[in-house]
Design a protein around this ligand. Structure first.
Ligand SMILES: Cc1cc2nc3c(=O)[nH]c(=O)nc-3n(C[C@H](O)[C@H](O)[C@H](O)COP(=O)(O)OP(=O)(O)OC[C@H]3O[C@@H](n4cnc5c(N)ncnc54)[C@H](O)[C@@H]3O)c2cc1C
Length: 364
């Protein structure tokens, strides 16, 4: 049986492990932390991601805890509704709904499906070596493991990527803080089946239901900010639900994190028997809310290409060729949504939801 070494226990690593095992691979997953990553609050999982979960036989379980959206509003910070899109028929139209879920629930579901005994926690990968027949990964604690294939699913700070490139790639210097929190939809008087974005002169704020009673919100100013700076702007958007949403949030859930992506796309994700996927290959701003969805698709396509080719290096090249255009376009579209003034003007004049329009290019 062919064996895969998977570095990283996030969405990319866990879902790839499930895909590969389904296609007959023996998998070993190495995670640097002592437990699964749970930070990050919530995720929008779009039809393209839900379809992958369905393919893994996890669709029903996922939809039992995720919130499925019926409408998507876009508002201006002056309170004007610039678009109100009915997304309730996406299940029929696209084979799956657009959903929101807690990251912790998604990762736990994937890990339970894999089996915790397949995950070696407290194991940070450092580097690798390969020859024609196998690849060996080395751990920070001095150990190693050898297999037929190595996946660098170790996120935006990827050690596998650094080893592959011979250094750290250049990141954008924008330095944007994304603030997030969780609230009860009833307390903010917003519907539990509607996700929404609000565009204003100095920033963008949105919220996404993540279960039957709660939603998570996110927002940024143009640069790094403290919570007080962030609040001083958003608390003035009084014609929208935004100030109430922040005020009724569960205080312990409010976190800020600096966002990052590469200055230039990586022009290769593959090196012989080693492949990058998920955020190590294509980190993106959450402007399209597609990073985890793209990671889910990566795992599926990778397993399909490994089935289609006898040679691992050829399969990895074919994977790269199939995935790069969509993933890199999502990186660029995500960044466009962080130009607040421009996006606000576009939403006002287009009267449509640009995030949906851009996503639909890949459903055609
Ligand atoms: C604020 C914010 C909001 C977002 N919202 C959305 C959204 O709504 N929808 C969406 O689709 N995406 C969203 N994303 C993007 C999404 O979170 C990422 O694209 C996704 O988590 C990538 O998964 P990953 O498995 O590649 O990386 P990660 O989730 O970062 O997982 C990497 C894993 O590798 C482990 N690791 C790191 N280094 C090592 C090492 N040396 N050895 C072993 N293990 C290691 C880490 O501990 C971690 O468990 C958002 C991102 C942010 C920041």
């Amino acid at each position: 049986m062919r064996s895969a070494l998977i570095c990283g226990g996030g969405v990319a690593g866990l879902s790839s492990a499930l895909h590969l095992r389904k296609h007959g691979w023996e998998v070993k997953l190495f995670e640097k932390d002592s437990e699964l990553r749970t930070a990050g609050v919530g995720l929008n999982i779009w039809p393209n991601g839900v379809r992958v979960l369905k393919g893994l036989g996890l669709g029903e379980e996922f939809l039992s805890f995720a919130a499925a959206m019926n409408r998507w509003w876009a508002l201006d910070s002056d309170g004007t509704m610039t678009s109100d899109i009915d997304v309730s028929d996406w299940s029929e139209q696209l084979g799956a709904p657009i959903t929101g879920a807690r990251r912790r629930r998604l990762n736990t579901m994937l890990a339970e499906a894999l089996g915790y005994e397949e995950i070696r926690f407290n194991t940070a990968v450092e580097s690798y070596e390969q020859n024609e027949d196998s690849v060996t990964v080395y751990f920070a604690n001095g150990g190693s493991a050898t297999g037929d294939l190595l996946l660098g699913a170790d996120g935006v700070g990827s050690k596998i990527r650094n080893h592959m490139l011979g250094g750290v790639p250049e990141f954008t210097e924008d330095g944007i803080t994304r603030w997030r929190g969780v609230f009860e939809t009833a307390k903010a008087d917003v519907p539990p089946d509607v996700q929404a974005d609000v565009y204003g002169p100095n920033g963008h704020f949105g919220w996404i239901p993540i279960d039957a009673t709660h939603a998570y919100w996110y927002g940024s100013l143009g640069g790094l900010s403290t919570f007080d700076e962030f609040y001083s702007v958003y608390s003035t958007w009084a014609e929208t639900p935004v100030p109430t949403i922040i005020d009724v949030s569960e205080p312990e859930t409010i976190i800020g994190r600096e966002l990052a992506h590469y200055k230039n796309h990586l022009n290769s994700w593959a090196d012989g028997r080693v492949i990058l996927l998920g955020d190590s290959a294509h980190p993106m701003y959450p402007g399209m809310a597609q990073g985890a969805n793209q990671a889910l698709i990566d795992g599926q396509v990778l397993a399909e290409q490994l089935d289609a080719h006898d040679s691992v290096p050829e399969a990895l090249k074919a994977f790269e060729a199939q995935r790069m255009h969509e993933a890199h376009t999502m990186v660029e579209y995500s960044r466009l949504h962080f130009s607040w003034e421009k996006t606000r003007d576009e939403y006002r004049s287009a009267g449509s939801n640009l995030q949906i329009d851009r996503y639909m290019e890949f459903e055609a």
